[in-house]
Unconditional design. Sequence first.
Length: 336
Amino acid sequence: MEPSIYESEKCGLICGYLFSPESGAKSITATEALEWLNNQQTEYPLSFIWLHFNLAQASTEKWMRDHLALQDAFFELLSDGSRSTRIEYSAENVFAVINDVAFRFSFEPSEMSTLWMNVNQRAVITARTHPSRSIDQLRVAVKNGETFSSPMGLMIHLMHDQGEVLTQIAREATLKVDEIEDNLLVGSLQHKRSDLGKLRRVLVRLQRLLAPEPAALFRFLHQPPSWIAETDLVELRQSTEEFSLVIIDLAALQERIKLLQEEMAAQVSEQTNRSLFTLTIVTVLALPINIIAGLLGMNVGGIPLAQSPHGFSTVVVIVVTFTGIAGWFAFRKKKD
């Protein structure tokens, strides 16, 4: 195994990049990142680095505590059980908890991923437990040669990627709901109620995790750090507004699913009522023949028409007459 690969596995580093005005984005190892952090004030005044870590590896958090000068507030976010989106600012550092969907998202409620970020003037530190789609899109963009002039620019690009991912999810969910609605209009309910329930659970969880993000960003924009450029603030405000619109679309789609579920429940209830009415009609029509058959079938003396040659025909006429009267009463009630 190459030393750089072994080192990355030891510290849990997924990728590292050095952004500088001279050379753009350059891939670096954990050792090179530590050397840069020690010498950046004199040799790289306008550069910054991005380090992305895998928290699923047991030694990652310990390595970050030992080698990176991060505040305790960041590690408190890592150990906090709450995954709700938040953005905090303390001592020239921006701490963020951002929720995203898994890389291979298939509309399962459990396929949510959380990203922890620490942003300051010289470094962007991100960490996750499960692969997420937005951060992967950011990695692909950096590999393709896209550069950023500031750490906040990298964070803004991540916000845009997150909004695009949510927009794509909303479109896919809308197509699924349209298909289910079309089947509902033609009277087909087969295997569709469970699909709607599953889709609604996904959207509810997405909305619960992501709804606090616009409010947190607006609070952050109200009192931003002094080292953030005005152009970055404008782009961050724009991405926040776009993200808010996506959240509204998800809420509207969730309400639409709720209405479809109520319509499906009404149709199922109507079908159940029809079945019960049919069963009731059959029971009422069979009541005369059951009563007469029970009376004539008793093994006692004095049963009428037992010796009459026309006894069977007489009983049939009586049964048909009472059955017709019962049917008339039953269908008259239905018309009423």
